[in-house]
Design a protein around this ligand. Sequence first.
Ligand SMILES: Cc1cc2nc3c(=O)[nH]c(=O)nc-3n(C[C@H](O)[C@H](O)[C@H](O)COP(=O)(O)OP(=O)(O)OC[C@H]3O[C@@H](n4cnc5c(N)ncnc54)[C@H](O)[C@@H]3O)c2cc1C
Length: 298
Amino acid sequence: MLLAREPGPAVALNGRGTAFGFVVPFGDGYWRVGGWDRAHGEVPDTAPVGLEELRQITERVFGSDFGMHDARWMSRFHSDERQVPRYRVGRVLLAGDAAHTHSPAGGQGMNTGLQDAANLGWKLASVVNGQAPEDLLDSYHAERHPVGRAVLRSSGALLRLAMAHNPPQRGLRALLTAAVGHVPPVARGAIGRITGIGYAYKAPRGAHPLTGRRVPDVRLEEGRVRGAARGPVRADHPAGHKGGHDERFAVAHWASGRRTALLVRPDGYAAWASETAGAGSAAEAAARIATGGTPAAS
Ligand SMILES: Cc1cc2nc3c(=O)[nH]c(=O)nc-3n(C[C@H](O)[C@H](O)[C@H](O)COP(=O)(O)OP(=O)(O)OC[C@H]3O[C@@H](n4cnc5c(N)ncnc54)[C@H](O)[C@@H]3O)c2cc1C
């Protein structure tokens, strides 16, 4: 909705008594305003919602309704907190809110679901096209279930902190908010978690530090990693190979002349990396991935 008076900080959230509210800019002049008051009791999601109710909550929480008007869209929502124990049972694969659901605190639900789909999509395609055995699908649960669990924990913790009433918890909240705003590594960590692209998957012991991490979108001799990664890509130094193509992966070269040999999965994660191994080792690692195995550390 539009606000006649904008709140001081870019993101305002507060809890007072039984009420909680937040005001966040969309970036196009409109604001997302949300809140609840437990004194109003449980209301079904289908009950009509009006501007007056939100105005009262915002007044109570912030001491102002910011002159809100012209809501583009309003709705009620409730949030559960749960996760299925298995993301794959035979031919049934669960992703998104069907697999994990939690409060919107931290804004991670949709992004986590998108990353589930990115992780699962190429594996499903490989199995359906007969390029990989069915076991490859088990790695979907192994990689994504821990991420879902971490998101449940962090969004639960954020919600409790947002609703904190006692001074030490409120102090901690202020400290964390300031750290996210002013300490670049903390801000980067928060962005990685909120967007869902900061999570790493388990790598074999002794693996190259890039293994299991999302590959940064660095420049290649032609284009960038993200544009090239429609299928598996092997990126390395021009001296590392002779031909321009391998049937298991596209071959690309770093624009910077870097020597790291890297095997990038179609979801943009590094499946294998080495500072010393040649093209033969990359091909061997690709073969192991295609048969559902984990490439050995190098
Ligand atoms: C207030 C609020 C704010 C949020 N803010 C953010 C945010 O800032 N960032 C973020 O990342 N996430 C946010 N989320 C979470 C995000 O909205 C959800 O995580 C995301 O929409 C889940 O997508 P999904 O496709 O898994 O499930 P859904 O969006 O629930 O889609 C499932 C679809 O399946 C349909 N369906 C259900 N049963 C059947 C059936 N039997 N047959 C056919 N169709 C069926 C449903 O109608 C629905 O269209 C927020 C959530 C809320 C409530």
